[in-house]
Design a protein around this ligand. Structure first.
Ligand code: TXA
Ligand code: MG
Length: 333
């Protein structure tokens, strides 16, 4: 199958291109499109056969449920059997944006979306292309990140092509996705609400709106695998083995180079600049937002460069780096 590759204006998407993509979705096809977090692989969420194509394209296990993207709170409520006060408060504050809310599902949501579970994950994306596409399609859009299961999420159209081109009918290329990390996922079916996946909306921002949120802990996923299966184990990972090191441990890089290994080193600008044979060194900014925006592109680049080992210098242990630590930890498993 030949993929239709359509460059689209990220701020004012061309209506004819959006209509073409919407038509593909309505006919049961798969459209890769940008969101403000990462590129998604979209299908009509109310069409079980189309949703099954997402799982096949990604090699995603059927037990891992999908996020449904909607245009506004009203469309979200059409899919929710109950709309807790916490959902309303968080949606009013953070939608459109990179926050996904897990709420009780209605029966019209296919089992393929929810993995047969009693809840559905919903979000209103902030990217103009994503919003225009949802509105034009006239249906909610199921969309996981547009990558093979467990691989790195795509933040550029070329990442999608490299991972999935065979299975996608149409790709809307709007350039780099600004956020760079997948949305924060919060379960609001319980009190206190529970953070299932950290993201760019931080726990403190959630707590400002709804009070205490049960904090994410790395071990939670293993204790309760059914709560959010996608949070288990290795994920968001390059193909090349990856190790994280403390800021002072550039010695690990030197050691691998001495052994004759080709090393990709992802670090910060202030660490001593070295240029050694066998070393490909990339730097990301010391500010968490800018780091997040560049993280996956840097890992994709090191992966594609054919190094034997990727070493990542860890950022500080502060809460503002929570989501980044989470992704790096999973990538290193
Ligand atoms: O930023 C994002 O969220 C991107 C863009 C495309 O919107 N999407 C994304 O989807 O990251 P995906 O499928 O790669 O990750 C969805 C996560 C998984 O960890 C999944 O297990 C969890 O959300 N999830 C989905 N439905 C759930 C549910 N009903 N209950 C608990 N967790 C759920
Ligand atoms: Mg994903």
């Amino acid at each position: 199958m030949t993929i239709a590759f359509l460059p689209v204006d990220p701020d004012r998407p061309e209506p004819d291109l959006i209509d073409r993509a919407a038509e593909v979705l309505r006919r049961g096809g798969l459209v890769a499109f940008p969101t403000e977090t990462v590129y998604g692989l979209g299908a009509n969420a109310l069409d079980p056969a189309a949703v099954r194509r997402i799982f096949a394209a990604k090699g995603r296990p059927a037990f891992n449920p999908l996020i449904v993207h909607v245009a506004d709170i009203e469309q979200a409520r059409e899919l929710a059997a109950d709309w807790p006060a916490a959902a309303q408060a968080l949606a009013e504050r953070f939608w459109p944006g990179s926050l996904t809310l897990v709420v009780p599902r209605r029966a019209i949501v296919p089992d393929e979306i929810t993995a047969g579970g009693p809840t559905v994950a919903l979000r209103v994306p902030a990217h103009p292309v994503a919003l225009a596409l949802i509105r034009a399609a006239g249906v909610p859009i199921a969309a996981p990140s547009a990558n093979r299961s467990t691989h790195l999420s795509p933040t550029r159209a070329r990442h999608v092509l490299a991972s999935l081109s065979e299975a996608v009918d149409l790709l809307l290329d709007a350039g780099p996705t600004p956020g760079g990390l997948e949305s924060t996922v919060v379960d609001v079916t319980c009190t206190p609400a529970r953070l299932l996946r950290p993201g760019l909306v931080a726990p403190a921002q959630l707590e400002e709106i709804i009070g205490p949120v049960e904090q994410f802990s790395p071990a939670a996923g293993t204790e309760e695998p059914r709560r959010s299966p996608g949070l288990l184990g290795r994920h968001y990972a390059p193909r090349t083995p990856l190790e994280c090191v403390a800021p002072s441990e550039s010695a690990r890089v030197a050691e691998l180079l001495r052994q004759g290994r080709r090393v990709g080193w992802l670090t910060f600008p202030e660490s001593p600049a070295v240029s050694l044979p066998g070393l490909l060194r990339l730097e990301l900014p010391c500010e968490p937002g800018a780091y997040a925006a560049g993280l996956y592109a840097a890992l994709h680049e090191l992966d594609a460069a054919g190094v034997e080992r990727i070493i990542v210098t860890l950022p500080p242990p502060d809460e503002e780096w929570l989501a980044i630590h989470d992704r790096l930890r999973r990538a290193a498993l």
